[in-house]
Design a protein around this ligand. Structure first.
Ligand SMILES: [Zn+2]
Length: 382
C-alpha cells in the first residue's frame, strides 16, 4: 500500500473503548504511535464489573489534558424500577457529569443489547425524563443505534456477523426502522439534543436519507468509525461520498473503535497496535488519498475479507482539520472536564457493594470486580 498520507497534525479520536485499567500502557502506546494525541473513551456496560467508568476516569486522571470520557449509564435501572427508569437515568446523567464525564455513551440501540436488556422504546414516556435532562444539561451523547442494514437480511448478512450472533432477521430482535423512528421522535421533541450517531448512523448506503436527517436536526452529528461496510459503500460511489463529506464537513467526527477487539473478543491481548493501526489506516487513506487503494489486514477482526479495495476521496486540509479534531472541540469541548475524586471514590464503593451482593467476585480474571477497589485506593492516595 502506498503511504501518501498528507495530514501531519495530531488527531482527536472520538470513539475508543477501554475495557480495563490494566490496558493503560498498551492503549497509550498505540495512540502515540498512530498520532492520536487526544482520545475520547466511550464506556459500555459490563456484566461483572457493572461499570467501566472508573477505569476511564483513572486513565483521565493520568492524562488530564488528553483524555475525554463518555460515561455509560446505569443499566440496572431498566431492571430495578422499570417504570421509573427514565428518572433514574436522569439522575445518573447528573452524577456522571459531576464525577467528570464529558458526555454519555449509549450502546443500548445495538440490537443484541436491546434484546438482552428490558429497554423501553426510546420515545416512550418512561424515558422522557432522561432525554429532558440530556437536553437541559446539553450533555453530548454518542449513541450506537442499529447495525448495518444487511444484518436483518438473511441473504445479505456476512458470515462473520452471523458467527458473532448479529443476524437480526429471525424475528426476535428489534427492527432497525422501528428504532430509527423512535429516535427521530425523540429528536423531534428535543431538536437541540446533542447527539453523535456512531458508524454514520448505519446509513452509509443511504446518503440522501442521512443528509435529510442532518438537515432537519442541526445538532445531529455522526462519527466515521468503521463498520467495514461503510467504506465499501463509500467506495462504491466515491464522488457521491466526497460530495457528502464536503457538504457535511462540520458534522462528521473522526473515530476508530480502537479497543473494541479487546473489549469484545480478546481481552487477554490488551490493545493491539497492529489491529489499531489497520483501523486508522483505512480511515485515513479513505479521507486523505485519491483513487483506489488496497488493504491487506493481518488481524481480521475489522475486515470481512483478507484483501479489500477502496477508493479515497482526498479531502482538502481544512476539511480534514474539522473532521480530525475541530468538530469534536466545537461540539463537545476543547478541554476535558476535571474529575471530582470524592465522587469517584463514592461510586467505586457503591460498585464494590453491588458486586458483592451480586456474588460475582472472582479476583484475577479478566473483568476482575476488585478493579473498582483498586481504582478507589488509587483515588484515595493521589
Ligand atoms: Zn464502539
Amino acid at each position: 500500500m502506498k503511504n501518501n498520507l498528507k495530514f501531519n497534525q495530531s488527531l482527536l479520536d472520538c470513539h475508543i473503548h477501554y475495557p480495563d485499567m490494566h490496558m493503560k500502557d498498551s492503549l497509550i502506546k498505540a495512540c502515540d504511535a498512530l498520532g492520536i494525541q487526544r482520545l475520547n473513551i466511550v464506556c459500555t456496560p459490563h456484566q461483572q464489573r457493572l461499570s467501566l467508568v472508573p477505569d476511564a476516569l483513572h486513565l483521565k486522571d493520568h492524562f488530564p489534558d488528553r483524555v475525554f470520557v463518555f460515561g455509560g449509564l446505569d443499566i440496572s435501572a431498566y431492571f430495578r424500577e422499570p417504570q421509573r427508569a427514565g428518572e433514574i437515568l436522569a439522575e445518573n446523567v447528573t452524577f456522571l457529569s459531576q464525577m467528570g464525564c464529558d458526555g454519555i455513551k449509549m450502546i443500548e440501540g445495538k440490537p443484541e443489547m436491546r434484546k438482552m436488556l428490558p429497554i423501553p422504546d426510546f420515545d416512550s414516556d418512561i424515558l422522557a425524563p432522561y432525554w429532558q435532562k440530556m437536553d437541559e444539561l446539553q450533555m453530548p451523547l454518542l449513541m450506537h443505534l442499529n447495525d448495518p442494514e444487511e444484518f436483518w437480511n438473511a441473504e445479505l448478512v456476512p458470515h462473520w456477523a452471523i458467527e458473532r450472533g448479529w443476524f437480526y432477521g429471525d424475528g426476535t430482535f428489534v427492527n432497525n426502522e422501528d428504532q430509527y423512528q423512535q429516535m427521530l421522535n425523540v429528536l423531534q421533541r428535543h431538536p437541540s439534543l446533542k447527539v453523535i450517531f456512531a458508524h454514520f448512523f448505519f446509513l452509509s448506503k443511504q446518503l440522501p436519507r442521512l443528509a435529510a436527517f442532518l438537515d432537519e436536526f442541526p445538532n445531529m452529528h455522526i462519527d466515521l468509525v468503521p463498520g467495514i461496510e461503510m467504506y465499501q459503500n463509500f467506495s462504491a460511489d466515491a464522488q457521491a461520498a466526497r460530495d457528502f463529506f464536503i457538504k457535511y464537513q462540520d458534522r462528521i467526527l473522526f473515530g476508530t473503535d480502537i479497543g473494541a477487539k479487546a473489549l469484545l473478543a480478546t481481552p487477554e491481548k490488551g490493545i493491539e497496535l497492529q489491529e489499531s493501526s489497520e483501523r486508522v489506516n483505512l480511515i485515513r487513506h479513505f479521507l486523505e488519498t485519491e483513487g483506489a487503494f488496497d488493504l491487506t489486514p493481518q488481524s481480521g477482526f475489522l475486515f470481512g475479507k483478507p484483501n479489500e479495495s477502496f477508493t479515497g476521496i482526498a479531502l482538502p486540509e481544512n476539511v480534514l482539520e474539522k473532521i480530525y479534531f475541530q468538530n469534536f472541540e466545537k461540539f463537545v469541548t476543547k478541554k476535558p472536564k476535571p474529575i471530582n475524586k470524592e465522587l469517584v471514590i463514592a461510586f467505586c464503593m457503591q460498585l464494590e457493594q453491588m458486586i458483592k451482593i451480586q456474588g460475582s467476585s472472582q479476583p484475577g480474571i479478566p473483568g476482575d470486580p476488585y478493579v473498582a477497589q483498586k481504582i478507589r485506593n488509587y483515588f484515595q492516595t493521589v
